[in-house]
Design a protein. Structure first.
Length: 83
């Protein structure tokens, strides 16, 4: 089994379907058992869909700061919990 950090490093290749079959299988099995990585992958997919959309929209004021703070909080929690 691989840890969350290694899974995050492979999200781009996972979504682009460029991982080797063995690596893809490891990432897939991890995602099936890790709610955090599964949620991050879903969010990443959503961001890709939104950024591919030609419509222009503005993010709410302070969104970037709140997003970064939340990500830092989640990463801190992950570093404290064994996986």
């Amino acid at each position: 089994m691989i840890d969350c950090k290694h899974v995050w490093d492979r999200f781009s290749e996972f979504l682009d379907d460029t991982l080797s079959p063995e690596a893809r299988d490891l990432v897939q099995r991890h995602i099936e058992h890790c709610e955090i990585c599964s949620a991050i992958l879903d969010s990443t997919r959503n961001i890709l869909i939104l950024t591919a959309d030609e419509r222009v929209f503005e993010l709410p004021m302070g969104f970037g700061e709140r997003l970064h703070a939340r990500l830092e909080e989640e990463i801190s929690v992950l570093r404290r919990e064994p996986h």
